[in-house]
Design a protein around this ligand. Structure first.
Ligand code: SME
Length: 180
């Protein structure tokens, strides 16, 4: 199979089936490759194509990607820096504790936000985004190395299925890539 074929999600897959296909493909792509830039880049492509193969609200996803730990930030003031993604140009750095991404990083917990207007301190990189899910990628001994961030142009874009599979993806990426 040529690599681009991995981005084909057959129509009519259920969301769990599509996520399972993504997990299998990410596992295949990471078999002989542990570079985090390479692995997150291909994963952001797969995420984008997965959402756009599904009905609304998944097809209303307008940003899918990663922020990673910024090693140039002072240890007392850690921040995230933009990583591989699909979608429009986004905020470059986010302090731990700020916005949805910074909250997920600081608390090491998934943030499922049905309405971003109601999330105190939400950072509007794109005013079109109405709901969001952010999942931390945690490596034992290192803490949060990155976060997965998915945005949607409608409210209630994400549910427990997204949370369950994106957390599985985060666990897999934590183990399968070498992190700075
Ligand atoms: N909305 C996010 C910022 C990142 S962008 O959505 C790509 C937040 O509040 O952390």
């Amino acid at each position: 199979m040529v690599h681009a074929d991995a981005t084909s999600f057959p129509p009519n897959l259920s969301k769990p089936q599509a996520y399972q296909q993504l997990l299998d493909q990410v596992e295949g792509l990471c078999l002989d490759q542990r570079n985090w830039v390479c692995n997150l880049s291909n994963t952001s492509s797969l995420l984008w194509h997965l959402y756009h193969s599904l009905p609304s609200p998944a097809s209303d996803v307008n940003w899918a990607g990663f922020y990673v730990y910024d090693h140039t930030s002072p240890p007392a003031k850690p921040r995230l820096i933009l990583g591989p993604f699909q979608g429009k140009v986004a905020c470059q750095t986010i302090a731990f504790g700020r916005g949805v991404c910074g909250t997920a990083a600081a608390t090491q917990t998934t943030q499922l936000v049905p309405d971003v207007e109601k999330f105190p301190g939400h950072i509007a990189c794109d005013s079109a985004s109405k709901s969001e899910i952010v999942v931390p990628i945690i490596v034992e001994g290192k803490g949060v190395v990155a976060i997965i961030d998915i945005d949607c142009t409608v409210e209630n874009g994400f549910d427990q299925v997204d949370k369950e599979y994106l957390e599985k993806l985060a666990d897999f990426l934590a183990k399968s890539s070498d992190w700075p």
